[in-house]
Design a protein around this ligand. Structure first.
Ligand code: NAD
Ligand code: 0WE
Length: 254
């Protein structure tokens, strides 16, 4: 088992379609021990039963816009486990109105919100959890191709994901001397809570089927398996990397 006894804190589980849920499931299958974070009481009611289902050991509140809450979550993990091997960042948020229409109309507040929740939060988490990270720990974030090329309507989230990916590289350098690795998985489009109600999402899915080398969309399980690889010692030579799990779509020029 690739992750035998490794302790994984999973953020971003909202329901059983969440990418984080598939990552947790795959880590569990490979022997990892799990804990889950959630932002606010509304999500607690959703996360607790899913944690039970996956054999999670505890759940902890962590709204990433609140530095105190991130520190308290790190303190809880320190008290429960003493240290941690795997951190999964699967968090993004922009105002719904900012995910349509012209990017040029993004407000200062909308830009700040998207950057804070979707990019800075990885830095804040690494800061708070640094003292708990075991040697050879693996940190990973979820990103999307809209950081590299313009995807209609992804708008301010594309900018936030570009900042997230650059943060992965700078964090990899800071944590490298401890043999802690920081990477991101750039996942192809998936039906989740975060993609529901996005105008043009079905068109994006059908473009992948038509244009991607593998001529199919990816599954949550595909991302879970890639996450197991990055979390495991098989990837001990890889840090600061963006691993595309997108049926090869990103390599195409036309
Ligand atoms: P999801 O809605 O299941 O997960 C998003 C999570 O972000 C939710 O669990 C939500 O609670 C959490 N979140 C939002 N604001 C938060 C805050 N302030 N503090 C803590 N948590 C907060 O959707 P998903 O598609 O599984 O998204 C997970 C990650 O995958 C995101 O980073 C997203 O950008 C990325 N991603 C998604 C797709 C896709 O097509 N669905 C593709 C590539 C990357
Ligand atoms: O990262 C994402 C989704 C991020 C997201 C989604 C929402 C919807 C609900 C961030 N904030 C919010 N805020 C809400 O109120 N993806 C990669 C999925 C996604 O979202 C898109 C996409 C794709 C793909 C938005 C526009 C165009 C394509």
């Amino acid at each position: 088992m690739l992750l035998e006894g490794k302790k994984a804190l999973i953020t971003g589980v909202a329901n059983n379609k969440s990418i984080a849920y598939a990552v947790a499931q795959a880590c569990k299958e490979h022997g990892a021990r799990l804990a889950f974070s959630y932002p606010g009481e509304a999500l607690q009611k959703r996360v607790e039963p899913l944690s039970e289902e996956l054999g999670g050991e505890f759940v902890v509140p962590m709204d990433v816009t609140d530095s105190n809450e991130i520190q308290q979550a790190a303190d809880t993990v320190a008290a429960k486990w003493g240290n941690v091997d795997i951190l999964v960042h699967a968090i993004a948020f922009a105002h719904r109105d900012d995910l349509k229409g012209r990017f040029i109309e993004t407000s200062r507040e909308g830009f700040t919100t998207a950057m804070d929740v979707s990019a800075y939060s990885l830095v804040a988490m690494c800061q708070a959890f640094e003292p708990l990270l075991n040697p050879e720990a693996s940190i990973m974030a979820l990103t999307y191709y809209g950081s590299q090329k313009v995807v209609p309507n992804y708008n301010v989230m594309g900018v936030a994901k570009a900042a997230l990916e650059a943060s992965v590289r700078y964090l990899a350098v800071d944590l490298g001397p401890k043999q802690v690795r920081v990477n991101a998985i750039s996942a192809g489009p998936l039906k989740t809570l975060a993609s529901s109600g996005i105008s043009g999402f079905k068109t994006i899915l059908s473009q992948i089927e038509q244009r991607a080398p593998l001529q199919r969309n990816i599954s949550q399980e595909d991302v879970g398996n890639a996450a197991v690889y990055l979390a495991s010692d098989l990837a001990r030579g890889t840090t600061g990397e963006i691993l595309y799990v997108d049926s090869g779509y990103n390599i195409m020029g036309l």
